[in-house]
Design a protein around this ligand. Structure first.
Ligand code: FES
Length: 496
């Protein structure tokens, strides 16, 4: 059997996401063996894949860059030392293969000679059989020497291994690529995998993991002193090392909000961007050695000027490195809001406490996802959607952003960019023309009509997962609609 690949590597090789491959396996168009696929069966399922054809891979990268912005999915090369080690490994493999090839060639030549020698003294029947064998051998040797003989995916796989390494995490079974000069921890967070860590700067030792197989390289200095037992057990710091080859590690992954500790971090204002006269985008950056650990969809408490506090949903995903985004609404008379709109400046310190909340993505589900954002409920929904995209496992996403007024839909371009970039992403905005934080009977009737229209357009919604965020009155109303349709509570999630 040809070489076996993990689903992540196979998906990258042919430029599709893992969900597309899983679908092909389910319908019997691609064979899998213990969760792996062979390079030959991959080529049969994607016969168009060519050695020099990077169109699909580039398309997927382009989509990600367009959907997230370059900040999250910038394509960068590994550092020079890591590249050098990978090239050296590849060179060694090449030399080994070359010498094996020489040996096989010699054996084939000798076999040919032996066939001729035996043929001289053999009976007519045996001689005919030996001649046929020699002919077959000649044809096969010529075929092997043709330039297009090797499986193009096998060759491309070797090339991609120079640029990136695959990390498989045990016992969770999740995997992710390290593409650029990232540490193992940084690459995991970018891929939406919440590995356990603390300082992210080589001090606390909380990111210790066990190297089960493969080769790593230290790329960042750390103060944490590895004990003799650590060294004996192959324990290393994920925040200070990168992978040179594909590796398997044993590491703990946050399974839920209970695994994320309470943190207090002094961040700084990176940029304040007015979105319209009522909304502003507050972009904070945490220190390199003290990132905020949170799960997509959670909130954090912001403290301005040491005393003005507000709890706000985080509008970015943990995959966005040290960048933490918030959507702040203008509320005249509210001291926090007034300070953000009138006094807060770039580089000012903002204390962050948290995270809080249990409105998170239920990653193991393979169902289609329906998101309903009311007004500023778009912030946590945006975080969840970015996280879902970084995981690459969703089948379809539908986003409805329902605003009380035109101004309440303050970032429509974000949803449009996602819909433009991703085939299975659907985005719709609705202006209710009434406030959503209070629903007397006349408004409730209008909202009922609106959801009737949505559910009739999507009968598959009863088999989907529903996420709802925004003012309590609208969210609770929408939740009741879906529960009333018979969806279990375990598939209808409402921001707290
Ligand atoms: S996270 Fe603290 S040492 Fe790595």
């Amino acid at each position: 059997m040809s070489q076996l690949l993990s689903l992540s590597r196979a998906a990258r090789l042919v430029g599709v996401n893992r969900h597309d491959l899983q679908r092909k396996i389910q319908v019997g168009e691609l064979d899998s063996f213990d969760g792996m696929v062979s390079i030959d069966s991959l080529l049969s399922a994607f016969p168009g894949a060519q050695l020099e054809d990077n169109t699909e891979y580039s398309r997927v990268q382009f989509i990600k860059e367009r959907a997230f912005g370059k900040r999250v999915f910038e394509r960068v090369m590994p550092d020079v030392e890591t590249l050098a080690v990978r090239l050296k490994e590849l060179g060694t493999e090449l030399m080994l293969s070359k010498s094996q090839n020489e040996h096989y060639k010699m054996m084939v030549d000798r076999l040919r000679e032996q066939i001729v020698t035996y043929g001289r003294e053999a009976s007519i029947e045996v001689k005919q059989a030996l001649d046929a064998l020699k002919c077959w051998l000649d044809v096969e040797v010529v075929a092997v020497l043709e330039p297009d003989y090797p499986n193009p995916l096998a060759v491309r796989n070797q090339m991609l291994r120079v640029l990136s390494a695959l990390v498989t995490v045990q016992p969770s079974g999740q995997d992710f690529f390290i593409d650029g000069p990232d540490t193992i921890l940084e690459a995991a967070l970018r891929a939406g995998i919440p590995l356990n860590y603390g300082c992210s700067g080589g001090n606390c030792g909380l990111c210790r993991a066990k190297l089960v197989s493969g080769e790593i390289r230290k790329t960042r200095f750390h103060d944490y002193v590895r004990t003799e037992a650590d060294k004996r057990d192959n324990m290393f710091l994920m925040c200070s090392n990168t992978a040179v080859t594909d590796i398997v590690i044993e590491a703990s992954v946050a399974g839920g909000v209970q695994d994320i500790p309470f943190q207090q971090i002094a961040a700084t204002v990176k940029v304040i961007t007015p979105l319209n006269e009522d909304m502003t985008l507050l972009h904070l950056q945490t220190p390199r050695t003290n990132r905020l650990r949170f799960l997509a969809g959670q909130s954090a408490t912001l403290i301005l000027s040491k005393s003005l506090k507000a709890e706000l949903p985080i509008a970015s995903c943990p995959c966005d490195d040290r960048n933490i985004l918030f959507h702040v609404k203008r509320m005249p008379g509210n001291l926090f809001s007034d300070y953000v709109f009138e006094r807060l400046r770039k580089n000012e310190v903002v204390d962050i406490e948290g995270p809080q909340g249990e409105f998170i993505l239920h990653e193991k589900s393979e169902r289609a996802l329906f998101f309903f954002a009311f007004d500023t409920g778009f912030a946590p929904i945006k975080s969840l959607i970015e996280h879902a995209m970084s995981l690459e496992t969703f089948s379809a996403i539908h986003l409805y952003w329902i605003g009380a007024h035109e101004n309440s839909l303050y970032m429509p371009n974000v949803g449009r960019a996602w819909a433009d970039a991703l085939d299975n992403f659907h985005f719709k905005t609705i202006v209710a023309n009434y406030e959503l934080d209070h629903l007397p009977d006349n408004r409730a009737l209008k909202m009922l009509d609106m959801f009737d229209e949505i559910t009739q357009a999507h009968p598959e919604i009863v088999d989907s997962d529903i996420y709802i965020a925004g003012p309590h009155a609208a969210s609770a109303f929408a939740e009741q609609i879906f529960l009333g349709m018979g969806l279990p509570k375990s598939r209808v999630f409402v921001a707290d």
